[in-house]
Design a binder for this molecule. Structure first.
Ligand SMILES: [Zn+2]
Length: 235
């Protein structure tokens, strides 16, 4: 899986996705790393007695990871933490969003397969949550950009069935339909416009949006749920 990584010392920036420890005190970390993608990394004995890495190996901690590649496995030597999202850890609602993204990444990314684009989307979306952007907007952006990086994002511009330019939208399993093709509850034109802006606008513009007001919260929530279903297609 990581056989293409040569033996010896290496250093990659990235984030801790998962952390497990065995009864013997051995730590296993699932890291999402730049250049080499998701990797399991071992730290034998690290959770025995005094914790060797302290809080630097918790999920959602970003940093530079100093590793050693042995004949088969990767080992953790040290971590230089760059961002631990400490403020978010005391805010259950925002923390829950980041942990949900962490769960989705752990589930859908292919171990050993580089995915720097998704890594960057995860980082900047997390920053948006930290800056106080409404979690639903940040989640919509995170999911849509991730799907778009993989060529799976539903078009927010054209009807998936007839190709006409969308004014309103109707969800189907394959994408958004126009008023003529679609049935059921619709996404009003003004919300669809917001869908496009939040998916595509530069991060600076979104940082100015406070968490206070989101119109049609249920429509956003449903939109995020739908996007998660698109991720299921790749499994
Ligand atoms: Zn149509």
């Amino acid at each position: 899986m990581n056989d293409f990584i040569p033996q010896g010392l290496l250093r990659h920036s990235g984030v801790v996705l998962r952390r497990t420890s065995s009864p013997e005190g051995n730590l296993s970390l699932y890291l999402l790393l730049r250049t080499v993608g998701p990797q399991w990394v071992s730290a034998p004995g690290a959770s025995r007695g005094r914790m060797r890495f302290g809080g630097s190996v918790e999920p959602l901690v970003w940093g530079n990871f100093n590793l050693y590649k042995g004949t088969k496995r990767l080992y953790l030597k040290s971590v230089d933490v760059s961002e631990d999202f400490w403020a978010l850890r005391r805010d259950p609602e925002r923390l829950r969003i980041l942990l949900e993204w962490d769960r989705l990444l752990s589930l859908h990314l292919v171990p050993g397969h580089p995915c720097d684009d998704v890594l960057a989307i995860f980082y900047w979306s997390s920053i948006l949550v930290r800056q106080g952007v409404h979690p639903l907007l940040a989640e919509w952006r995170f999911l849509w950009k991730w799907l778009n990086a993989w060529g799976l994002a539903p078009s927010l511009e054209q009807c998936v069935t007839c190709g006409t330019t969308l004014a309103n939208g109707h969800w189907t399993a394959t994408g958004l339909q126009c008023d003529r093709c679609g049935r059921g509850s619709s996404i009003p034109a003004d919300v669809l416009r917001q869908f496009r802006i939040v998916a595509g606008a530069p991060i600076r513009e979104l940082e100015e949006r406070s968490s206070a007001a989101v119109e049609g919260e249920e429509i956003w929530r449903d939109g995020c749920r739908r996007l998660k279903m698109f991720l299921e297609y790749v499994r």
